[in-house]
Write a protein that binds this ligand. Structure first.
Ligand SMILES: Cc1cc2nc3c(=O)[nH]c(=O)nc-3n(C[C@H](O)[C@H](O)[C@H](O)COP(=O)(O)OP(=O)(O)OC[C@H]3O[C@@H](n4cnc5c(N)ncnc54)[C@H](O)[C@@H]3O)c2cc1C
Length: 311
């Protein structure tokens, strides 16, 4: 019989997995994820044309713990240069890391050691009964529940109010193939104009594969145009690409990805996770700042806290 306290973690993005990695040797940890795989906003899509990073494009690593995590998970250095069109200068990318098989590949190996349940969307947490309800009709009991969802999504499923002032911006990402001859000096461009904040080639993470491009709309334009048709978004995208990438080519669109909750507006290092009660907690980048490393720190710090206080 398993007598270890049971911890249910909702979400298998960076923060949820970082937390589980701290806890799984001391607790019975069960992860429930609504999608078919790990990653969350570290999202990559493989198509016959190539690989597209629709979420985080790269991550930076300041803490030695996160640097070690990236090393263990085969992260590579960002290749080539990135150019900021606002300041007209190259960005220092020496501390930028990427996953050559998609940013979610940092988390893929943990399927073997963590108990993960996919296609399980949590719809309600009953904190009195200590039960999580899922869209599938399943329920799961817990001793401790941890949400790793973006704050607005966590607020929807917990009955108790989660007091926090973080807010989120949406982001529209567009994946493309350029057919023909291109002459681009840099592998990525930032702050292209008021509509477009990022245009990056897959050459910065995988020079050997078919070249793909990902464009991200700025937070303001994403907010204004999140409900626009893909065709009207493609018009804005065409203009930006043709002004930025030189050559004779045609733009083939391979997909639009709309993130309702992409990047939180926050920068705070004081509280790395949120306690709703003795048995319920919320982790995620939004506790600190909109970065992959912040998600890792948030999950890892809650794990450390629970080991120190509950095991
Ligand atoms: C377009 C975009 C570009 C970005 N660019 C960068 C960048 O260049 N560098 C950088 O450092 N950061 C970047 N970020 C931010 C980075 O991706 C996030 O900070 C980080 O991935 C957040 O991890 P997380 O674990 O906090 O949340 P998430 O990755 O959002 O994980 C939450 C998980 O919960 C799951 N979930 C949601 N609802 C439910 C539910 N009801 N039941 C069960 N599971 C559920 C989700 O599917 C997801 O897997 C970017 C993000 C986006 C969207």
């Amino acid at each position: 019989m398993n007598s270890r306290p049971k911890i249910v973690i909702l979400g298998a993005g960076m923060s949820g997995i970082a937390c589980a990695l701290r806890l799984y040797k001391n607790f019975d940890v069960q992860i429930f994820e609504k999608s078919k795989g790990v990653g969350g906003r570290l999202c990559a899509k493989k198509t016959k044309e190539g690989l597209f990073h629709f979420g985080a494009q790269y991550c930076s690593a300041q803490s030695s713990a996160f640097q070690n995590f990236l090393k263990e998970n085969d992260a590579k250095k960002f290749l080539g240069s990135s150019f900021d069109m606002n300041t007209n200068s190259c960005i220092d990318t020496h501390n930028y890391f990427v996953g050559i098989n998609g940013m979610h590949s940092f988390l893929k190996n943990y399927n073997q050691i963590l108990n993960m349940h996919f296609s399980q969307k949590a719809i309600k947490v009953d904190e009195k009964k200590k039960l999580v309800y899922f869209e599938s009709g399943n329920t799961e009991s817990y001793d401790i529940v941890i949400s790793s969802l973006p704050l607005p999504q966590a607020q929807e499923i917990f009955e108790a109010e989660i007091e926090h002032d973080a807010t989120f911006n949406p982001c529209i990402s567009m994946g493309m193939i350029l057919k023909g001859q291109t002459h681009n000096e840099h592998n990525a461009y930032k702050n292209i104009d008021q509509d477009i904040s990022w245009l990056g080639s897959s050459k910065f993470y995988n020079p050997g594969d078919n070249e793909t491009w990902v464009l991200q709309f700025s937070p303001q334009t994403s907010l204004e145009k999140i409900n626009n048709s893909n065709n009207s978004l493609e018009v804005i995208c065409n203009d930006a690409v043709q002004h930025t990438i030189k050559g004779k080519y045609e733009i083939m669109h391979c997909g639009v990805f709309k993130w309702k909750y992409a990047l939180c507006k926050r920068s705070n290092l004081e509280k790395k996770f949120t306690s709703m009660s003795d048995n319920s907690f919320a982790i995620g980048d939004w506790n600190i700042s909109p970065r992959v490393e912040s998600a890792y720190i948030s999950g890892s710090e809650l794990g450390k806290f629970l080991i120190e206080t509950r095991s």
